[in-house]
Design a protein around this ligand. Structure first.
Ligand code: G3P
Ligand code: MG
Length: 257
């Protein structure tokens, strides 16, 4: 293990992490989705965080609000107040109408209440890598003691991970990748990462998995929705699986090789 990792708040990773909460059973990235994940027995969730126009970290996947709310336009053109007027539940089902876009602060508060660990994926709006990290850290750092061991940051955006090291190296970091063609080893070393979070489709070679494990990194693939694939990956030494299908995959939460 790389000595530079010694200063991390080491996350207590579970086998299974709920993607955007309980993606298959509730509107993604909403408080009700996080509660549902906990009800299903999840101990960690993955969320996406970006900024509103007034620079408040909010939990939201897309650049635009169109797909998951009744509004239109880029998230970064909405103040928090305007974002929270939108309906973020009806796109999933009318039973969830009126569900709001949560702030990161609301989400942290709920996760502490439910004892849920948080994989915070930083998804900056265009050109906002630095200010997004600064705003996220201002929100989360007051909870450092309560959240110790229960947080992992991740991002596809290298500048976000670099800003995290510079501003608060104690929070563990993971590099998200969609393939293993690019220089994952050089990048994770330079960014002093705790984990590599690859698209599971690029983990078809056992040799690739071995070389990631040999580098000292944890492996947390996304988004695995088939139990057989999840079992196989866990059997090969992958540490945690991010899934939409907590209903099925959470049965693997105590799975041991
Ligand atoms: O963090 C894993 C996964 O969420 C990355 O892709 O697009 O679902 O945020 P995406
Ligand atoms: Mg994500």
């Amino acid at each position: 293990m790389n000595n530079s990792l010694a200063s991390f708040f080491y996350p207590k990773l579970p086998n299974i992490i709920g993607h955007r909460g309980a993606y298959n059973l509730a509107p993604e990235n909403t408080l009700i989705s996080f509660r549902k994940a906990a009800q299903l027995g999840a101990t960690w969730i993955e969320i996406d965080v970006r900024l509103s126009s007034d620079k408040i970290p909010v939990v939201f996947h897309d650049n635009d609000v169109d797909r998951t709310t009744d509004g239109q336009g880029p998230v970064q053109s909405f103040t928090l107040r305007a974002l929270q007027k939108l309906d973020a539940g009806s796109h999933y089902h009318s039973d969830f109408s009126g569900e709001k876009v949560p702030t990161l602060l609301q989400t942290i508060t709920l996760c502490i209440e439910l004892n849920l660990g948080l994989n915070i994926e930083i998804k900056p709006n265009f050109g906002q890598a630095t200010e997004t990290v600064t705003a996220i850290l201002a929100t989360i750092n007051p909870f450092q003691e309560q959240l110790r061991g229960n947080v992992l940051f991740s991002s596809f955006n290298l500048l976000c991970l670099k800003n995290l090291i510079n501003l608060c190296p104690e929070w563990p970091r993971a590099l998200l990748v969609n393939d293993l063609n690019n220089d994952w080893l050089t990048k994770t070393k330079a960014l002093e990462c705790y984990a590599l979070n690859p698209n599971y489709k690029c983990l078809s070679s056992i040799e690739d998995i071995k070389s990631i494990l040999n580098s000292g990194l944890r492996i947390i693939p996304f988004t695995v929705n088939q139990s057989s694939i999840a079992k196989n990956l866990l059997g090969l030494g992958v540490h945690s699986i991010i899934t939409d299908d907590l209903g099925s995959l959470n049965l693997l939460k105590n799975y041991e090789i």
